[in-house]
Design a protein around this ligand. Structure first.
Ligand SMILES: [Zn+2]
Length: 203
């Protein structure tokens, strides 16, 4: 993964979102926030992240589809609207510090007669599902798995962003907004990925 002088990943699909907050301050971004889309497809996530008619306008820098295809929606020097009300350590309002990566995944699933249903009513087969305890919850539940090719692309993107922007922190949305958010959830290997990328489990 290479990043060009216009703060875009080379060779990926680019659709600029109108939902943007102006340039980052000097020294930012220094964090990456990992999200799941909780949508049926990367396309539906991209539609929402580019929709400027919604009451709650949202965006992210990147969407990674399940096959690893990447769509960039904002250049990396422009603030996106993906974190919402958020706090971690002494910081709050992470949009002004962080790049947002949306990973195509249905999220938390409900088991019914051996099938697994998303909040938007789509069913997933058992081989796409894992059972695990969310870091913010006490009971095990079902989660949509992330394909290995998709995870490999997310990790390669993070490595490129670390190198180019000196990123210090890779955080899940669930860690900066634990009372509101469960993404990317226990199916995403957040701790092992940031240990490989940052040399430590949590910044
Ligand atoms: Zn999120």
């Amino acid at each position: 993964m290479e990043i060009d002088l216009n703060h875009r990943l080379k060779g990926v699909n680019y659709i600029e979102s109108p939902n943007q907050g102006g340039p980052f301050a000097p020294g930012a971004p220094d964090a990456i926030i990992i999200h799941f889309t909780a949508t049926a497809s990367a396309e539906s996530a991209i539609y929402t992240l580019c929709d400027d008619k919604r009451e709650n306008k949202v965006s992210a820098h990147l969407v990674v589809a399940r096959d690893g295809a990447v769509t960039q929606l904002l250049p990396f020097d422009i603030i996106g609207w993906h974190a919402g009300v958020s706090k971690w350590g002494t910081r709050s309002g992470f949009n002004k510090y962080a790049l947002g990566i949306e990973v195509d995944n249905a999220g938390q699933l409900c088991e019914r007669d051996g099938r697994y249903e998303s909040w938007f009513g789509q069913l997933y087969p058992p081989d796409e599902v894992m059972r695990g305890v969310h870091r913010n919850q006490s009971e095990a539940s079902y989660w949509h798995r992330y394909p290995s090719e998709q995870l490999a692309v997310v990790e390669a993107i993070c490595a490129a962003l670390i190198q180019r922007y000196g990123i210090q922190y890779i955080l899940g949305h669930e860690e900066i907004a634990p009372s509101r958010k469960v993404d990317p959830g226990p199916a995403f290997p957040l701790d092992s990925m940031r240990t490989r990328l940052c040399g430590r489990p949590l910044a």
